[in-house]
Design a protein around this ligand. Sequence first.
Ligand code: HEM
Length: 305
Amino acid sequence: MAGISQQRVKICLVLCLVGIVSASTYSTSSSSTTSSGTSSNSLLNPLFYAIKCPQALGTIKTLVNNAVAKEPRMGASLLRLHFHDCFVQGCDASVLLADTATFKGEQNALPNANSLRGFEVVESIKAVLERQCPGVVSCADILAVAARDSVVALGGLGWSVGLGRRDSTTASFSGANSDLPSPFLNLDGLIAAFQKKLFTPNEMVALSAGAHTIGSARCLLFRSRIYNESDIDSTYANQMRAHCPKVGGDSNLSPIDITTKHVFDGAYYTNLINKKGLMWRFHGHPATLAHSPARRVRSEKCAAE
Ligand code: HEM
């Protein structure tokens, strides 16, 4: 079962950024929620909602475009939300489940707390889809499509998203803490974290460095790099220090790609080679990327109570 889940994570994320069309078998299920939270009995298909909710993809695209037009960073936040969903127990929308008296979700795990964003956009998309096609479109699929549409809204290439994921009714606080890669991992640690989900080092570089061409990071996560490390462009480091003091300002934000912060392009890689990596540095080969040392939402519509 764990193997199947890992495989699904890999499929979801590879589809995300590499754009391979997913497998072709239709699922016949019509409910968007399962108690197991998995959809492993079926392969994903881009046409999954073609008959049951033909307007679904258009609705998601419009609402994502609106959200990104209002705040470009939201595109980055929605992409990351999908990643943080998939890496814990598969792409099952478990990340949307907030804590209850009897349940500890993923939102307060270390990599997510005060960091993950975009919940309200997913909630509003789900609300509209519930009016259009009640009980049909899963939140896990909304997350996957919203991630793709966000990348496109910010100038990236589109890809076909396989659909038919089911929403989980469980989440894993401990899994989020153990499986989401820490920003303080070294290269071996990053490779191991992705290997656990069946990704190769090259895929890890494509996914993580590729995605960090958009979005922002908090000062506390890159302070050590801009003050203590030598293999960083000094003008760039000074620029970053202006918004990230040695003490205080932990939550101050800086763009991860300083060149084109709201454009999904290749500038992040060029910046790395030019020693302008905010959290990472580059050592000459694509696989040698090295790393220097909410809102709480209970989404009633995305999971059974
Ligand atoms: C290699 C492992 C990874 C590590 C260690 C990592 C770490 C981080 C950190 C520390 C931040 C800043 C968070 C904050 O300031 O609160 C961040 C932001 C971000 N990450 Fe990653 N990340 C990784 C992989 C990925 C992947 C695979 C994706 C997507 C496919 C991704 C997408 C993003 C995006 C888009 C942002 C900006 C989010 C925003 O502005 O709201 N990351 N990441």
